[in-house]
Design a protein around this ligand. Sequence first.
Ligand SMILES: Nc1ncnc2c1ncn2[C@@H]1O[C@H](COP(=O)(O)OP(=O)(O)OP(=O)(O)O)[C@@H](O)[C@H]1O
Length: 484
Amino acid sequence: MGDAEQSPLTVTLRIPSSQSPVSLTLTANSLLIKGSKPQHVPLLRVLKAHFDPESRILNVAYLAERGGKNYSPLVNIEGKVEDQNVDSTTASWVENVLQACYEGLSVERSRQLLVFVNPHGGTKKGVSIFVKVVEPIFRAAGCGLNVIYTTHQGHAYEVVKESPLEYAAIITVSGDGLIHEVINGLSHHGNPIKALSTPVAPIPAGSGNGLSLNLLGIKDGFDVGLAALNVIKGRPMKVDLFSMTQGGKRSLSFMSQALGLMADLDLGTEHLRWMGDTRFMVGLLKGIVQLKPCPVQLSLKVAETDKTKMAEDLVTSRKEFEKDNISRSLPFNSITKVPEKSTLPPLNYLPDDADGWTSFDEPLIYVYAGKGPYVGRDFMAFPVSLPNDGLIDVMVMPLSPRKDILAAISGAAEGENYWRSNIKYVKAHAYRVKPLKPKGNLSIDGESFPFEEFQVEVHQGLGRFLSMYGQYAVDFASQNPAID
Ligand SMILES: Nc1ncnc2c1ncn2[C@@H]1O[C@H](COP(=O)(O)OP(=O)(O)OP(=O)(O)O)[C@@H](O)[C@H]1O
């Protein structure tokens, strides 16, 4: 490093809090900060570099490692560049750093963001999370912000529906319910295809936060600092969305549809929101005690039923991704080719379509269908799910003794349920459900819908989420552990 320190890739600062000067060196993929303790900050985490030639103050901001904290903190380094003769070098050093940590990572600087903060999501910490943690990170990165604190259910939907589509991304500080609202607002925009190509990204402040877990992984999925970094440095990742039609009405779903036990444990525990995501476990245990069958008629337009093949396809897809890890996430300047006028894709399957459909007639405990491995911290429901394969993963648990359902809790966070022989798991192009009892819960992306007949089909790559990784940040042991 001795040579690098002499080169123009290094600047040296006098910082009030530090006795000795601090040097900052731009390396190929990090910023090396040498003060009392040297550290490499990956360029992905560098948010800002600014030099004021008049005061000769240099300011650098980055997101530090989380360490033992709940979230990765913002760190600002500010100090005087001592040598008067290096002003122009410092200005070009700043530009080099910005080039490396934005354009070098194929992301644009100073994103303009539309941000919805739900004061009532999850444990009601959305406002303080935004003000104390997220907003300072966005400001440090020079983002332009239009912040809307939602005042009622449907507020985000109404705003997005009429949005001028001038934002680099739409951000939700809430749970998965607000994402559902935003996506449906975009789908009801005058130009839905263009609207839905606006990337969406979550700041996890709800209870389940399934999308955040899928984008950031199980260790980082609740780290609101890292979620803010994903907003700044993530790239648009194409994702499939689902059309859910019910009684002639069409809405979009991005994550899951649940009936039976899996809907009851979510919608039946809304009054326990103060518990955070523990409410789902309470709901599950209550559901197992009561053990209500969920009589429905389920029909599927099946694409794949072989669990081993689906797990192998996941491995192949990951390998392909690693070979060319930018292919799935789009560079920022490649997403503008969308028509000026558009309509949602037409529905491919009519409600009475029966050609090539198969029915599943056994009594059930639940039907759970969706995209994205995690639906919550304790449950990797769809471990072989892929963001953009044009298919929906459908999981069905036939009526089983209580001990089998209890046994399925262990290993649920690792996706081991997938391999249980009593759990049916298929990939489908579409499916439909007809309830055979008058009352029950139907949860779409965690939101309550009428317990009535509905049909779901997949639209490949219709939506965009911001992702720093370009694929789900989820590890699934794709070998059958032979747990039954
Ligand atoms: N000011 C508000 N008052 C009441 N409800 C609101 C308000 N703003 C938004 N909402 C609604 O709150 C609902 C719940 O939000 P969300 O689902 O994002 O959080 P959550 O349910 O706690 O998290 P998760 O879905 O991850 O479990 C959404 O349906 C949203 O429309």
